[in-house]
Design a protein around this ligand. Structure first.
Ligand SMILES: Nc1ncnc2c1ncn2[C@@H]1O[C@H](COP(=O)(O)OP(=O)(O)OP(=O)(O)O)[C@@H](O)[C@H]1O
Ligand SMILES: [Mg+2]
Length: 200
């Protein structure tokens, strides 16, 4: 279970190894799991970001955004691609996750159709709404940044260098990133949009 007394921008601790798909006869450190996750995520990165994905490959439908989480974490965690059933310190109430995700999918389609925002603001809003909902037990940050990067790549913009290095808590840009997310929570997207412009 995630400790809700921890700061909300802290990474998830490894006390909860239930659902870990790695062989059970060994013990794993946080770093071991990060490496396995990074390998799994790398295959999704190759699939969606090596070349611009078509609307068919990355449809931004409800089923596809769920599938993306499965593709990123399914080799490591058995809850990958499955909606969480527990309350976390970030995110909407668990019972509203599916409704909120459906609303996001509908909003994305509407924004695309009406050209409401430019490509960077689209990517920013997709990222922010997805991580605000926090549909999964873990991996919500990486999944929501991947969604945004796939959107950018599909719209002929290069993906953002999020420096998804191991033990991302040590990343010096993390404070700026979390601050920008909190500003977006209040409707101020400027700094998060700037981060989305930091493309290759
Ligand atoms: N105030 C906030 N509002 C929205 N999202 C937040 C807020 N604070 C943190 N977050 C996001 O939630 C993430 C943590 O969620 P989770 O542990 O599910 O994702 P992760 O992919 O494992 O982590 P990370 O994003 O650190 O790689 C943070 O990294 C950040 O992306
Ligand atoms: Mg985490």
């Amino acid at each position: 279970m995630i400790d809700s007394t921890k700061p909300i921008d802290d990474a998830t601790p490894l006390d909860d190894i239930s659902g870990l798909k790695l062989p059970a006869n060994q013990s794993y450190t946080l770093q071991d799991v990060y490496i396995k996750e990074a390998e799994n995520i790398a295959s999704a990165t190759l699939k969606y970001l090596a070349a611009p994905p078509s609307k068919k490959e990355a449809s931004f439908s409800y089923a596809w955004i769920m599938q993306l989480h499965q593709e990123m974490f399914g080799e490591v965690w058995d809850w990958a691609g499955k909606l969480r059933q527990v309350e976390l310190s970030i995110g909407v109430k668990a019972y509203t996750v599916s409704t909120e995700l459906k609303k996001l999918v509908d909003d994305i389609a509407y924004w695309n159709e009406h050209k409401t925002f430019d490509t960077f603001e689209m990517a920013t809003r997709i990222h922010h709404r997805a991580v605000q909902i926090h549909p999964f037990q873990n991996g919500n940050g990486r999944w929501s940044r991947m969604l945004a990067n796939i959107y950018l790549r599909q719209h002929n913009t290069m993906p953002v260098r999020w420096q998804e290095d191991l033990l991302a808590k040590e990343n010096p840009h993390r404070v700026d990133y979390i601050t920008a997310l909190k500003q977006a929570d209040k409707g101020n997207y400027k700094n998060l949009i700037t981060l989305h412009k930091n493309t290759y």
